[in-house]
Design a protein around this ligand. Structure first.
Ligand SMILES: C[S@@+](CC[C@H](N)C(=O)[O-])C[C@H]1O[C@@H](n2cnc3c(N)ncnc32)[C@H](O)[C@@H]1O
Length: 221
């Protein structure tokens, strides 16, 4: 179902320098129509000391998967990155609207493309990016293998995946997360970003930021 653009409400996200991104969310539509807490945590992490308070994003090539509103990718683009923001085809109009409404704050570039995990391939410019963003994308079993296949397809040897997710307590979600991380470990080394390196305000015990770093061919199990 497409996210209609006539029932929008705005969430303002302030950068550390006071500039503001205006992110439209939709009252009608699927899970991608609103900004999730994991996206906010990842967004604010981009301006921490791990990225020289945000200055490290200038010129970096980024692909966001399952972007929803596109908030994380747009934030990186506002810090100077060249970002391709992707999701299912029905989310593209909402993402495009958010790109259009934040043109003034974007100092790098932001474009959007449909990308369904496991079935579409991104155009050549998406391959081998510096970073892939993944915010709150671990939530249903059928998607795990296709998501892994897209990640492996896009990643070059130096690509880092920044994955942020909210840990859920139900048994079914715990199993799902374990399944996903077992798959990830086949091709990537996983490092967790400790809370003290995250934004002091936008962090939480149950929201985790992980870095996936591609194993070299010889290390792949
Ligand atoms: C929980 S939402 C998170 C949205 C956004 N990243 C955030 O954190 O605010 C999960 C996103 O994954 C996208 N998604 C789900 N299955 C997908 C698939 N097979 N291919 C591409 N995107 C998918 C949904 O459309 C949705 O935008």
């Amino acid at each position: 179902m497409a996210a209609p653009l006539d029932n929008l409400f705005v969430r303002e996200i302030e950068r550390n320098d006071g500039k503001t991104l205006k992110i439209n969310q939709s009252e009608i539509g699927d899970v991608g129509c609103v900004v999730w807490d994991a996206a906010l945590v990842l967004t604010k992490y981009l301006e921490t000391n791990d990225f020289q308070r945000g200055t490290a994003w200038k010129g970096k090539r980024v692909v966001e998967l399952g972007a929803g509103t596109g908030v994380v990718g747009l934030y990186a683009a506002s810090l100077g990155a060249t970002v391709t923001i992707t999701d299912l085809p029905e989310l593209i109009p909402l993402i495009q609207r958010n790109i259009d409404d934040n043109v003034k704050v974007v100092t790098g570039s932001a474009t959007t493309e449909p990308l369904t995990w496991g079935s579409d391939t991104c155009n050549q410019s998406c391959r081998n990016p510096d970073y892939i963003f993944l915010a709150d994308c671990i939530y249903y079993e059928e998607s795990l293998n296709p998501l892994m296949s897209t990640m492996c397809d896009l990643c070059g040897p130096r690509t880092v995946v920044l994955c942020c997710y909210e840990q859920r307590d139900t048994e079914i979600k715990k199993v799902l997360e374990a399944q996903f991380f077992n798959l990830v470990r086949e091709s990537f080394v996983i490092e967790e970003v400790p809370l003290e390196r995250q934004d002091p305000q936008f962090c939480s015990d149950d929201i985790h930021i992980l870095k996936f770093i591609r194993k070299s061919e010889s290390d792949v199990t």
